[in-house]
Design a binder for this molecule. Sequence first.
Ligand code: NAD
Ligand code: DAU
Length: 355
Amino acid sequence: MILVTGGAGFIGANFILDWLAACDEPVVNLDKLTYAGNLENLASLVRDARYGFVQGDIVDRALLDNLLAVHKPRAIVHFAAESHVDRSIRGPGEFIRTNVEGAFTLLEAARAYWSSLPSAEKAAFRFHHVSTDEVYGSLAPEAAPFAETHPYAPNSPYSASKAASDHLARAWFHTYRLPVSISNCSNNYGPFHFPEKLIPLVITSALAGKPLPVYGDGRQVRDWLYVRDHCVAIRRILAAGRAGETYNVGGDSEMSNIALIGMICALLDALRPRADGLSYARQIVHVADRPGHDRRYAIDARKIERELGWRPSETLASGIEKTVRWYLENEDWTARVQSGAYREWMTRHYGAAHG
Ligand code: NAD
Ligand code: DAU
């Protein structure tokens, strides 16, 4: 079996659903259930004998030791993190605790467990650390996309905490030979994306008649990857990736935020026109920029394509359309998410109009 951390979050939940659709190897999901953890994302697995859930914190070493001893996973896929840049700017402490101390604790527990395994299982073991392209910092408009050799230059408390965890993961391989692999991925989007992040925020706010907040001039560029493509990439790395290696994962889909918001508004105009017949683009408002806002990310994913034969299957156009349709068909999911801590955060961050 495999142990997944953070499996109740956006990518972790998609990963578990994708994993169990692709194979019968059991999964145990360890998740603290912070505001971002939503077990409803995995409701379809409640009676599935291949799936187990444990509520707990990756900083809790005793819990980790017990979990590893009881379940004896052949791999750990580490998603659990605080993941929202704006939250990290307002309150970095939890990012250091979970993303750095949590990664350290998990690596140490994994090392102790792995050291105790018989040699065949020891050789087959894998710790996969899920990370982000944000560790590389910001790219100039014409600069080449981030390759795995790009120097680290994190600019936000979030990306600094992820960079720290990447360094720990790398060091645990080099010093202790713990079989670690790392993936650094660009911006994901798709089903179960918590509506504090740009794409689900724009879809849900548009439908609710609320402002669509664009930070600064909106010309910041991100590379977007449909979440299922990320899940497939991680499965490929687990199956055939080399220990001690980093793989950059991206969608080959760069777009400015303002263009992306325009694309979403146009889709909504076609699929769920506003009652007054006007475009959702009328709801766009420019708001204060994010402090230290990275201007551009772009990923060079040639290594994972060359070594593991992975390529994204969705284009940005096909993936965004699927995503918009998912939010239109799952408005009850959004409503339940928005009735909790999410609403408090939105009010504090953007003001009463968005709460
Ligand atoms: P998310 O915020 O949606 O989910 C994080 C999950 O981790 C939640 O279920 C939460 O309850 C859990 N968690 C948080 N702290 C925990 C702790 N101390 N112990 C146990 N569980 C805890 O995040 P996401 O967007 O799904 O991202 C998952 C991973 O992928 C993160 O490591 C993130 O850095 C990385 N990543 C995300 C993106 C993206 O675009 N979302 C892109 C590249 C990499
Ligand atoms: O690049 C990978 C990263 O992508 C992941 O590591 C992070 O976990 C994930 O949250 C995401 O980070 P971003 O900061 O790029 O995502 P976010 O959706 O917060 O913002 C995307 C872009 O949209 C960014 O340039 C900021 C802008 N934005 C965001 C929000 C929430 C706005 O203009 N307005 C908004 O209200």
